[in-house]
Each structure stands twice: as structure tokens, then as C-alpha cells.
Design a protein around this ligand. Structure first.
Ligand SMILES: [Zn+2]
Length: 516
């Protein structure tokens, strides 16, 4: 909605309307109620400079070191629209299948807050950049949820308030507040969804996939903890088929976990209130992850409270078709398209394809590996299995992985030519991640390697069959189960390194023809 509402440190009087989350949300219930959820996502663009001035966009630098008369709201200054920000916003709108407005303008949204020195925020109102789009979201069960995108618009961020002296960093109990204007004027894109989402799981899937899409567009760092992607939710509940209930706005959930828990808590609170005959009040609420409680921030503003009017210092923007098509042509392959291509080109299961398409570097690693080995399925299994498990445990991105595509391809080659069993390959992979040595070197050093050499195994098999005439005779009389005994003996002899398929074939041959 606005930078004011996206302010991460803001708080208000606690109305004590909180209600605990029961049993960690495990027994989250809808009963005969359904939730109606619409999400508003603020994305901070990673342009070099701010939305309307030449100040650098920074994070974590000394307070008030990247400011100028324009972003400090001094009288008489003139803002100028950042062309890169406009291009990035257009990219987002196009990737979300929006129609790009032929004419779009900025509005002043008037309100007072100490981190907004102009006492208005430059935003967009009735002529936003993009309208009427959608995002197809893949759900846990593999089904698709199409979430409508109402609008995509541009605006500027506010500064950052730091409330000091209190226990929680919130304004309650603080003895003074500080303001840092470095963030003031940073370009934001707000993405407003239709209320097409009905569970916390769906909301999480939507934000996860939207985040991945925006990351792949290269227009934002999409870091929720640092605030470059922020999420607010409009939530109401109703009996299916009935009109929408009164909604509340849940602010600033700065992680996927808090988003999920906040929604669960608020939906349960509304259901409980309605079932005990209370009324839902339209208000802005805050979910406190520490207590698991929802509390009132303030009553909800209406658009007319902001006295919107067209920003007289900025010219309207008219985007011709050539511009829009140029931006469209510059879009990378988007996750949905890549997922479909991975299915078509490599025959991957949709779930694997979705995972690889959601993470561009991981998808790139997979495609290079598949090209190097010529085996797409086993490459996908390794990338999504052992490799991802290692990366997750080590807290690494695939771009930081100590095992290169070539290194892993060599290991997979040893498996496909029968030199290593799948089990041994896992052990070798572990050593590779720890030492950076090549698969060949580790196999040679440890004397690993699967014995597939028929000549070498044949001598062992012949000796074992000869040494066990009793069981051999039982096998010849039809007791097939005895084969397991012989396989066990060969494995013992070879310390588990014999290729089981070769051993099986050789044993059958020798047991059926004792002289052979
Ligand atoms: Zn500035």
C-alpha cells in the first residue's frame, strides 16, 4: 500500500486483541469457514540511485550519509524520475502478465510521519504502471493456483525510524527515536494481488514463487530480512458462497515463517470472534512472532484520508509500444517457461523441474551437468539430492559449491560405467565436498571402486561354488533362495565391492553348470 504502512519499526497502542497460536499451528482449522487473502508485496529495486534524485541506494551504511535536498524534501527542489527504476518496474509488470498503461502518472499521498520529510510520499494512484496480470503458482500437491495481479505501481520508500531504549525496538517503552534518511527515496514497486488466496500455505507458495521470479529478473535483492521484499496481507473470513467479510490488514511479515504464522493466527482470531458473536473491525494489525499474538496498530485509513492529487513536479509517463517490446525482449527465461522446458527437453518430473526452475544457479548447474554426463535424470537426482542436501547443511549457494560441474560429472561417469556403486559414489561425494579432491583420486587413494571385471570375479565365484557343494546342490534342485547365500559369500570376499549384477550372472552360470 504505502511506505508508511510498510515501515518496519512502526508500532501503535496495543489493543490487547491478541490470541495465542494453538499447538504451533499444527491443528490449524477452517471448520466450515474459508479465508480470503490478498497480498501486497513491496519490492525495493536495486538501482544504483534513488527514485527521484542522484543519491546512491545503500544498505547498512552510516545514517544520513546518502541524502540530498531532493530526498530530504527541501522546498524548491524538483524530482526527476529514475529511468532505470521505470524499466525495472516495467519488467516486473510484464513478467506478471500485466497490461502496461499507455499513460501513467505519479500522485502525492499526503500524510505526516517523522521519516517522511516532505509530509507526502510520491506514489501512484488511479493510473498505475501495470494492471490486470496474474502469476501461476505451483502448490505443494502439484496443482496450479492462478493468482490475479490487480496492479503494479511505482513509489518511493520512506526513511527508517529506530526506537531506542525500549525492550522490543518498538515505539512503546522507547525513550527516544532516531531517523535515518538513507532509505528515503529508494525506488519501490508495489504488487497488489487479487484476493485469490485462501490458505497460509498458498500465501507462502505465492510469495516464494513471486520472490524467485523477481530475483531472476535481476531487479531486486529480494532479501526479506533486510527489508528489500516486504509483505502485507489483507485477511477476512466467510462461509463459502457468502459475500466477503470485513478484512483486516496484517503488516510487515519479514520472513516466510512469520507470514505463515501471522496468517494462521489472524484467521483463527477472526473465526473465534465471529463464532462468539463479535464483529470484525476494519483495522491494521501486527503479528508479534515473539508472543504469537496479533494486536491492533490503528484503525485502517481510507484512500480519501490521504488527499491524493497528481504530483505537479513530475511529467506524465507515456510508454510507447516500442519501449514496452524492448523491455519484454530483454526479459530472461522466466521460471514457469523454464520449468516447462526442463520437462520437455529432459523428461524431468514436474516437481523436479519446478525446483530447478525456481533457483536459477541450481538450474544452470543441472543443465551443465546433464550436458556433461548425457544423463538428465541421474543428474537431476544428484543435484536435487546429495548436492542440495550438502549445500543446505553447509549453508552455501550452488555458486559457492566446492564440487564443480566437471568434478561431479566425473563421479557420475564412474557410476554409469560400473566402476562405482551408487552407495560408494555417495561416500566419494562426501569426501569430495570435504577435501576438494577429484573422484578418481579418492577412489584410487581409498582402494574403492567396484569390481566389475568378469575375469577377476569369475575366479572368486568358481572357488566359492566349489567350496560349498551342499548349498550348490540345493540350488540345482530349485531352491532359488540359496543364491542369496552365495552372493553374500562373494561380497564378503570382495569387501562389498563386487558389482552385484555381474556377481548374480556369474553365480547362476556356475551353479547351473558345475563344471563350467
Ligand atoms: Zn537524494
Amino acid at each position: 500500500m504505502s511506505a508508511e504502512q510498510a515501515r518496519s519499526t512502526q508500532s501503535g497502542p496495543s489493543a490487547g486483541a491478541g490470541r495465542g497460536l494453538s499447538a504451533g499451528g499444527a491443528d490449524f482449522r477452517h471448520g466450515d469457514w474459508e479465508a480470503v487473502i490478498g497480498l501486497e508485496i513491496h519490492v525495493q529495486l536495486n538501482t544504483r540511485t534513488k527514485m527521484f534524485c542522484g543519491c546512491e541506494v545503500t544498505f547498512g551504511e552510516s545514517p544520513n550519509t546518502h541524502v540530498c535536498p531532493v530526498c530530504l524534501g527541501h522546498p524548491g527542489v524538483l524530482p526527476v524520475t529514475n529511468e532505470k527504476a521505470l524499466e525495472y518496474a516495467t519488467r516486473i509488470a510484464l513478467a506478471l502478465n500485466c497490461r502496461i498503461a499507455e499513460r501513467t502518472i505519479f500522485h502525492r499521498k499526503n500524510y505526516f510521519y517523522p521519516d517522511l520529510p516532505k509530509a507526502y510520499q510520491i506514489s501512484q494512484y488511479d493510473l498505475p504502471l501495470g494492471i490486470g496480470g496474474y502469476l501461476d503458482v505451483e502448490l505443494e500437491d502439484g496443482s496450479n493456483l492462478r493468482v490475479g495481479i490487480t496492479r503494479v505501481h511505482m513509489e518511493e520508500d520512506a526513511g527508517k525510524l529506530i526506537h531506542a531504549g525500549g525492550a522490543s525496538g518498538r515505539i512503546d517503552g522507547a525513550d527516544h527515536s532516531l531517523v535515518d534518511f538513507n532509505r528515503g527515496g529508494t525506488p519501490l514497486v508495489e504488487i497488489v494481488s487479487e484476493p485469490d488466496i485462501s490458505t497460509p500455505d498458498q500465501a507462502r507458495a505465492y510469495v516464494t514463487q513471486l520472490r524467485s521470479l523477481i530475483e531472476q529478473l535481476g531487479v531486486s535483492d529480494v532479501n526479506m530480512e533486510e527489508g528489500s521484499l516486504r509483505c502485507d496481507a489483507n485477511v477476512s473470513v466467510r462461509k463459502p458462497g457468502e459475500p466477503f467479510g470485513t478484512k483486516t490488514e496484517l503488516k510487515n511479515m519479514n520472513s516466510f515463517r512469520f507470514l505463515h504464522r501471522g496468517l494462521e493466527t489472524e484467521i483463527e482470531r477472526q473465526i473465534d470472534a465471529l463464532e462468539s458473536g463479535e464483529r470484525i473491525v476494519q483495522e491494521t494489525v501486527h503479528f508479534d512472532p515473539a508472543t504469537g499474538l496479533v494486536s491492533t496498530l490503528r484503525s485502517k485509513e481510507e484512500a480519501h484520508d490521504y488527499r491524493y492529487f497528481p504530483e505537479p513536479d513530475l511529467t506524465p509517463i507515456e510508454l510507447d509500444e516500442a519501449y514496452v517490446e524492448r523491455v519484454r525482449a530483454g526479459l530472461p527465461e522466466l521460471p514457469a517457461a523454464r520449468k516447462q522446458r526442463l520437462i520437455d527437453q529432459y523428461g524431468l518430473p514436474p516437481k523436479d523441474a519446478a525446483l530447478l526452475a525456481a533457483n536459477k544457479p541450481l538450474g544452470d548447474y543441472f543443465e551443465s551437468l546433464a550436458a556433461a554426463t548425457g544423463h538428465a535424470r541421474s543428474s537431476a537426482n544428484w543435484v536435487l539430492g546429495d548436492l542440495s542436501a550438502f549445500l543446505n547443511a553447509a549453508g552455501l549457494e550452488v555458486t559457492q559449491c566446492p564440487v564443480t560441474v566437471e568434478g561431479l560429472a566425473e563421479l557420475l561417469g564412474l557410476v554409469s560405467d560400473g566402476s562405482l556403486s551408487g552407495k560408494m559414489a555417495k561416500e566419494v561425494f562426501e569426501v569430495m565436498t570435504a577435501t576438494g579432491k577429484s573422484a578418481q583420486a579418492i577412489v584410487a587413494e581409498k582402494g574403492l571402486g567396484q569390481i566389475s571385471d568378469t575375469g577377476e570375479l569369475e575366479a572368486i565365484v568358481a572357488r566359492i561354488v566349489e567350496a560349498n557343494p551342499g548349498p550348490a546342490e540345493e540350488f540345482r534342485q530349485g531352491r532359488d533362495r540359496v543364491l542369496g547365500f552365495f552372493v553374500g559369500q562373494v561380497m564378503k570376499e570382495t569387501r562389498g565391492q563386487a558389482n552385484p549384477q555381474v556377481v548374480n550372472d556369474l553365480l547362476r552360470k556356475h551353479l547351473q553348470t558345475p563344471d563350467g
